[in-house]
Design a protein around this ligand. Structure first.
Ligand SMILES: N[C@@H](CCC(=O)N[C@@H](CS)C(=O)NCC(=O)O)C(=O)O
Length: 159
């Protein structure tokens, strides 16, 4: 259905028109927007591996979710990788307080980092969250400061 006053396509139409927007139906006719990247449907998981998929190192996700609820800016990083360091320095230079979580190094804890990548769809570290929104990594943060958009995100309602 389209929007009567402006003729813009409704959500269902937009979904049909865009291969990127995917919706999951909720009871009562509402829809949840799904990840923009492809995710294997649950029906295509063998029942024997469902639990592993559901719980693989999920304590890490709990920890990150908790941090995101408590802190406006959260940087999730790893040792040795220079990008988390650069991101933290950039935040400090701009007077932005942040909470830092670190999972291993190039030589350790890849299992702890993997669920973060699967959850966010973001392939590298750091992962930077501003008021609950993943803004990307160091270079994405740099762009947000350069464009002046960062301060707006910091005062936006929490996602
Ligand atoms: N464009 C990204 C680059 C970050 C990046 O490439 N990180 C790599 C290391 S240099 C990484 O996270 N590697 C570790 C891994 O994949 O687990 C940014 O600015 O944050």
């Amino acid at each position: 259905m389209s929007c009567r006053p402006c003729g813009a396509p409704g959500v269902r139409q937009r979904v049909r028109q865009s291969s990127r927007l995917r919706l999951a139906p909720r009871p009562g006719g509402a829809y949840d927007l799904l990840m923009p990247r492809r995710v294997l449907e649950e029906g295509r998981l063998h029942s024997a591996i469902r639990d592993k998929v559901a719980t693989y190192h999920s304590a890490v996700l709990d920890e990150v979710e908790e941090a995101i609820k408590t802190h406006d800016v959260v940087v999730v990083g790893m040792r040795q990788n220079p990008f988390p360091r650069r991101a933290r320095r950039l935040l400090e230079r701009n007077g932005v307080a942040h909470h830092y979580l670190e999972y291993g190094s190039y030589f350790s804890q890849w299992q702890q980092r993997l669920p973060l990548k699967l959850w966010t769809g973001w392939p590298t570290f750091p992962m930077i969250f501003v008021r609950g929104v993943l803004i990307g990594g160091f270079q994405d943060l740099e762009r947000l400061f350069a464009s002046g958009e960062f301060s707006g995100l910091l005062s936006a309602p929490r996602a």
